[in-house]
Design a binder for this molecule. Structure first.
Ligand SMILES: [Zn+2]
Length: 257
């Protein structure tokens, strides 16, 4: 039964997440699954840890690539699942484990209902979260040699009804532009705060200014996520992914990153 096998694969992938550019174990799990379903060829090491399973059919036709991602995020798993992440501070929070299971399930589907022409490539791309993997795949000779006619990139959209496929001409989720702001203060003894410079005021102003979410359409949002780390002049503020503030007091170290 397809569902049970795919569910088990997803749970296995979920329990063993890898960070971007370190997805070798994840790629091995996917490979071990797919080889059982007789691809014409498997190509490893595309654009890093990337993997392609190729299914060629008897008559000539188009080459269609269906792509998903291998990597997870540097976030600790707090869910209490049987198949919870075994790797500290790493978990599948973007659903890439599900995407891999969906694309891998096509191997079973192609076996049950083979088509008569063309080539299907199941592509497992590394380093999606860092924005590096797609470019490396496109530039890799191993991918170029596949001469693919179409590439379909798969990603879930939470809260959409199940069993729907949504196609967009344009992008359908926020693109990431990251920056690091360093605010430097000046150290002083805790009893002489007037001789120091506390960067907290600048940081709090930035948080107020850049935190709002501006939405300009059903799917068009401008989001600004601020994560504060290592602030150690008077106050250390950590803002975790649940949006809670944790505050502790320190009197040393001036740099806020
Ligand atoms: Zn993602």
């Amino acid at each position: 039964m397809i569902e049970k096998e795919i569910l088990e694969l997803r749970h296995k992938l979920h329990a063993s997440p890898d960070l971007s550019n370190e997805e070798h174990k994840t790629a091995a799990i996917v490979k071990n699954f797919i080889v059982q379903h007789h691809p014409t060829e498997i190509i490893e090491g595309i654009g890093g840890a990337g993997l392609a399973a190729i299914y060629k059919f008897p008559k000539k036709g188009k080459t269609i690539t269906l792509r998903c991602e291998l990597d997870a995020l540097p976030i600790d798993e707090t869910n209490k699942l049987d198949y919870k992440s075994k790797n500290k501070d790493i978990s599948h929070k973007c659903g890439h484990d599900g995407h891999m299971a969906i694309v891998a399930s096509l191997a079973l589907w192609l076996k049950q209902k083979p088509i008569d022409s063309g080539t299907i490539v199941l592509l497992f791309q590394p380093a999606e979260e860092t924005g590096e993997g797609a470019k490396r795949i496109i530039e890799d000779e191993k991918f170029k040699n596949l001469h693919t006619d179409y590439v379909f990139a798969l990603h879930n959209i939470p809260k959409e009804p199940m069993h729907n496929i949504i196609l967009m001409d344009d992008g359908f989720s926020a693109e990431v532009l990251s920056l690091i702001i360093k605010v430097k203060g000046k150290e002083s003894h805790a009893s002489e705060p007037e001789n120091g410079i506390n960067p907290a005021m600048g940081i709090s102003e930035m948080i107020q200014k850049y935190n709002p979410i501006e939405c300009f359409g059903p799917i068009g949002c401008q989001l600004c996520h601020l994560n504060t780390y290592s602030y150690k002049h008077g106050t250390k503020i950590l803002w975790d992914f649940t949006g809670q503030w944790r505050i502790a007091l320190y009197t040393a170290n001036l740099e806020y990153t």
